[in-house]
Design a protein around this ligand. Structure first.
Ligand SMILES: [Zn+2]
Length: 157
């Protein structure tokens, strides 16, 4: 076949051209990957359901990637709570300095929020421990237990 013979002849040239294309169209290719074929997604789901070992392996990979991304972001944001200095990553949360984090998360999704937080333009994000984050929410009137049906009186009042 002419095309295979041609490929063998120009193998390195073709590989370089393909690599250049992938680099030039990285965003498009990434977007395409995100919109993967529903058939492929269904087949992968079926495989995960049928094979517990494969499911365990996939879950472990996903968990590892999420933890690695989280650790990278925590390191980028200073590695400790900006209020009290608590530094155990398991209890640290990414806080939106000006609020609106839940709405942003729902609007953009976790991946996009992580990328924005990594850039952290204008210091929009900071690290708080779970306690300081909850206290900040209370101080700023953002707490909303049970959809606002429960109001806890401030003992200082
Ligand atoms: Zn704290």
């Amino acid at each position: 076949m002419a095309s295979k013979a041609s490929y063998r002849k120009h193998c390195e040239k073709v590989k370089a051209k393909n690599k250049a294309y992938r680099q030039a169209h990285a965003e498009e290719l990434h977007a395409y990957e995100l919109k993967r074929s529903p058939i492929r997604i269904a087949l992968q789901r079926k495989k995960r359901q049928a094979d517990p070992e494969y499911r365990r392996k996939v879950n472990e990979e996903v968990r590892s990637r999420r933890i690695a991304a989280r650790l990278a972001l925590i390191e980028k944001l200073g590695g400790k709570c900006v209020r009290c200095g608590f530094d155990d990553w398991r209890g640290l949360q990414i806080d939106h300095v000006k609020g609106g984090g839940t709405k942003e998360l729902l609007r953009l999704g976790a991946g996009k929020v992580y990328r924005l937080a990594l850039e952290n333009k204008d210091g929009h994000y900071q690290l708080l421990c779970a306690n300081c984050n909850q206290i900040k929410r209370y101080e700023e009137g953002q707490h909303n237990w049970l959809g606002g049906r429960i109001r806890i009186a401030d003992p200082a009042c």
